[in-house]
Ligand binder design. Structure first.
Ligand SMILES: Cc1cc2nc3c(=O)[nH]c(=O)nc-3n(C[C@H](O)[C@H](O)[C@H](O)COP(=O)(O)OP(=O)(O)OC[C@H]3O[C@@H](n4cnc5c(N)ncnc54)[C@H](O)[C@@H]3O)c2cc1C
Length: 387
């Protein structure tokens, strides 16, 4: 069997990419080593989706993702738990107020619907928020959230209807080349022919490339998250606190963020400081005391809500916090959609269309701009403001 394209990995990126490819008439095979879609870091994402980044390419890709997430139920009937509740980044220090106001200016120039709002307005959006030293914050009402697993399954079912093929419990072991041109892949079950391979292997993306002599700067680091029992719906935005916290007992942390999902559960996540590099996905005992303290300080009325479960997963990180997407120079037919950092769930759907046009040689001027910002050959020294 000869495929137009083979995708390695059925996660946040690989599944919506497969859907875009079959939508564009490409014969597509997805190989996934787990037993079903979304079983690596897709299901670890907490479900935040925003277009309010500080880099044009991410903004444009995520605007397309929001269009896909927000219209999915209407078009295809699956409830993916989409809520257009917005995002609010709160500012408690003059520096953060300055940083956020500066970012808002830039975001408005890209046509994003976002404002820096007063502490009173933040209080209305997040009733009960601690207003001591609160200087206001951003609010972007078009951002939202949805369920990563329900979405990836919805994309998967639609891709199957359009004849995408998925092989589960199959591990890609080698990318086959002939004179620097892709000829296929070898898995633990056999060989498949294709002239185009898309690496969408998340936290393991760099391992697969090493045998063909490509070093891609994607290093996984781990983050933890948790979910509470459901309570009556009382706030709609994703709340992001970018203050770092020093905690001599449980460990320091950078930002943390949380929102209330469609079922009333509060879902939360924290960025540890320093980063925990590696692929260990076992929960730590320090995460819950760290984040519980921070969340209750920010929103005291959370204090009696019971936590149901915590988990730990990977951000496939790049040095500058932006993904690596596009063709690989000197390896004809090799495509990358890797290094999604903490944003692969929100980036994946919007990226699918760009990748399909890249394969079909139908890229638009905007696609080319996106691909040049996400290229592997960039200077990784520029760090995105709100990575
Ligand atoms: C706690 C936490 C919270 C997060 N919250 C958010 C959020 O709110 N919003 C957001 O946008 N992002 C969030 N993320 C980040 C998001 O989960 C990742 O960026 C995203 O899942 C990466 O997508 P991916 O497709 O690259 O990787 P994955 O979804 O992990 O998919 C890669 C797939 O490739 C498969 N694979 C790897 N190697 C092989 C091989 N050799 N052969 C076959 N299959 C292979 C894996 O099994 C896996 O299924 C969060 C992450 C964590 C850990």
């Amino acid at each position: 069997m000869i495929y137009d394209v083979i995708i390695i990995g059925a996660g946040s990126v690989g599944v919506p990419a497969a859907l875009s490819f079959v939508n564009n008439g490409l014969k597509t095979l997805v190989i996934e080593k787990n037993a079903s879609v979304g079983q690596a870091d897709n299901k670890h994402a907490i479900g935040g989706i925003r277009a309010t980044h500080s880099q044009k390419s991410k903004i444009k890709v995520c605007q397309r993702s929001i269009e896909i997430f927000s219209t999915w139920e209407e078009k295809y009937g699956d409830d993916i738990q989409w809520i257009q509740g917005g995002y609010t980044f709160v500012a408690y220090t003059p520096e953060h107020e300055r940083l956020l106001k500066q970012t808002v200016e830039l975001q408005k120039n890209y046509g994003l619907n976002i404002d820096f709002i007063t502490p009173e307005k933040i209080k209305e959006l997040v009733p009960g928020i601690n207003i001591e030293n609160l200087r206001g914050g951003t609010f972007s009402p078009e951002d939202g959230n949805a369920s990563p697993l329900l979405s990836v399954h919805a994309f998967y079912r639609r891709a199957l209807e359009l004849d995408a093929e998925f092989h589960f419990k199959e591990h890609v072991q080698e990318i086959l080349l002939q004179e620097r041109e892709i000829t296929g892949i070898r898995t633990n079950k056999g060989k498949y022919q294709t002239s185009i391979v898309l690496n969408a292997a998340g936290g393991e993306a760099s391992e697969i490339m090493r045998p063909i002599g490509l070093d891609i700067p994607v290093v996984p680091d781990s983050h933890e998250a948790g979910i509470t029992e459901p309570v009556q719906y009382f706030f709609s935005p994703m709340v992001v606190d970018i203050r770092p916290a020093i905690d001599s007992k449980w460990g320091n942390s950078k930002n943390f963020y949380f929102y209330q999902n469609k079922e009333g559960q509060i879902i939360f996540c924290l960025t540890p400081d320093p980063s925990i590099l590696g692929t260990d996905r076992r929960e730590t005992s320090s995460f819950l005391p760290q984040i519980a303290k921070r969340m209750i300080h920010l929103l005291p009325r959370l204090k009696n809500i019971k936590i149901r479960r915590t988990w730990r997963g990977l951000y496939p990180m790049t040095p500058d916090g932006s993904p690596i997407v596009g063709k690989v120079e000197n390896i004809e037919g090799m495509l990358l959609a890797v290094g999604m950092c903490g944003q692969g769930y929100m980036i994946g759907p919007g990226l699918g269309d760009v990748l399909a046009r890249l394969i079909l040689d139908k890229t638009t001027p905007l696609d080319l701009e996106i691909l040049s910002e996400f290229t592997l050959n960039r200077d990784f020294g520029q760090i995105e403001m709100l990575k």
